[in-house]
Design a protein around this ligand. Structure first.
Ligand SMILES: *Cc1c(COP(=O)(O)O)cnc(C)c1O
Length: 426
């Protein structure tokens, strides 16, 4: 095997200094400054990924993702260290329990190469801040003790940079928890270091099905022949592949670039999953686009290409709001009998609603009967199902329910009290 196709050689020969990069590309003054800045977010680029850089184009989309410039040192309004509020949602270190039935499990701080726009730059890249077996024990204990968790998303850092026996032990221990139905992995290794996707690694992963994988790709130039081999190995092992992309100024903020990327992904059996609005994270300010750019891109996809080539465009809402889908409006109006919609071409039609819809009866539906409450996360679906009657901003009840009622001695201060009063017919 040539050194180039040996992933260990790639990892130990990563480029990180001004001198390393100056040997292969014409560095701009902004890049030299970014690479020399004290306290900069870690730089490390595999020789393979660096070989995709256009040495003479400072706007090369590959280059801009991994080589810092002075722009990333400039703070911007509304930036945050932990823009998704992940630390606040962590019952134990490195485990983010944000949604009712699934968790994000951070297992390493290391990556094959470091994205300049990293949403977890607060912890990623730090060689001293690593996860150890004690952290894994606490994470696994929490998952085992929390039966509503049916989906575990292993991320980091990049889990595919871990020592293979260590990763396998984690997968095995997750599989030993009966209520964990699905394990998935978020990784950029197939993009940064396709050489790592060896037959041996894939054989190990395929022992832990159902195992899903989401791979981070941002530009069609990233899908090289080496990457296509890696993707084919993963797909042939029965691992359902998805993609995640970040919308970024000067990199992929173009309907045609995104469409070309999506087409290359589906040709390689990768189903586009999420297109992210760039997070409000320090260092990423110069990559941000207006949300309107994302909507314009979504408008250029739906109807214009295969439905399975269209990702969901999301804003990962600040302070742990979670992923919120954003899409153009297709619903124009509605009456009891008609729904007026427009298609991608601007053709407007009316869909006739059924006159005699026999409503679904939860009382006779075994799935409704087995449905478990989501402990305060029922949300708008809970309003529709009748589990809750309202959703209120913090302090709303204290502000609005002032009177002492016959049902309660004191004014209500909680939603439960108000609901008791209101539904008691007071
Ligand atoms: C993205 C994310 C998930 C997974 O969300 P899906 O929409 O199911 O892909 C889970 N937990 C956290 C904290 C996340 O950020």
């Amino acid at each position: 095997m040539s050194q180039w196709s040996d992933w260990r050689w790639q990892m130990t020969h990563r480029l990180r200094s001004v001198e390393d990069f100056a040997r292969i590309i014409d560095l701009t003054p902004e890049e030299t400054e970014g690479l020399s800045a004290p306290g900069r977010f870690r730089v490390d680029v595999t020789p393979y990924f660096a070989s995709l850089i256009d040495p003479h184009d400072p706007n090369c989309p590959i280059r801009r993702q991994v080589i810092p410039t002075s722009a990333e040192l400039v703070p911007f309004q509304a930036e945050m260290v932990d823009s998704l509020g992940e630390d606040a949602h962590s019952p134990v270190p490195g485990l983010v329990h944000r949604y009712p039935d699934r968790v994000l499990m951070l297992v390493t701080t290391q990556c094959a190469s470091y994205c300049r726009f990293c949403t977890r730059s607060r912890l990623v890249g730090d060689g001293r801040m690593t996860f150890n077996s004690e952290t894994y024990d606490r994470q696994l204990d929490y998952i085992a003790a929390t039966p509503e968790i049916r989906d575990v998303l292993i991320s980091g850092g990049d889990p595919l940079t871990m020592a293979q026996p260590m990763l396998e032990r984690l997968l095995k221990r997750l599989r030993d928890i009966p209520h964990v139905e699905v394990v998935r992995m978020g990784t950029r290794v197939p993009c940064f270091l396709p050489q790592r996707v060896t037959p041996d690694l894939v054989a190990m992963l395929s022992k832990y099905h159902p195992l899903w994988m989401n791979i981070h790709f941002n530009h069609p130039k990233e899908i090289t022949p080496e990457v296509e081999v890696a993707l084919a190995r993963l797909a042939n092992a029965g691992i359902p592949l998805g993609s995640q992309s970040v919308l970024m100024a000067g990199i992929n903020d173009c309907p045609n670039v995104i469409k070309a990327l999506m087409h290359k992904l589906v040709k390689n059996r990768v189903r586009p999953y999420y297109l992210y609005q760039c997070d409000l994270v320090h260092g990423a300010g110069h990559f941000r686009t207006p949300v309107s750019k994302g909507l314009e891109i979504m408008e250029s996809l739906r109807g214009h290409t295969s439905g399975f080539a269209i990702p969901t465009y999301v804003i990962d809402a600040p302070e742990g709001g979670g992923k919120v889908p954003i899409l153009p409006n297709y619903l124009i109006s509605m009456s009891d009998s008609k729904v007026v919609v427009r298609n991608y071409e601007g053709f407007i039609t009316a869909y006739t609603q059924p006159a005699h819809y026999k409503a679904h009866d939860p009382a006779t539906c075994p799935y409704c009967q087995a449905h478990q409450t989501e402990h305060g996360q029922e949300g708008v679906a809970g309003l529709l199902s009748g589990e809750r009657h309202s959703l209120a901003p913090e302090g709303w009840y204290e502000t609005h329910y002032r009177q002492t009622t016959s049902a309660t001695e004191a004014p209500c201060e909680t939603q439960e009290c108000v609901e008791d009063v209101v539904h008691a017919g007071v």
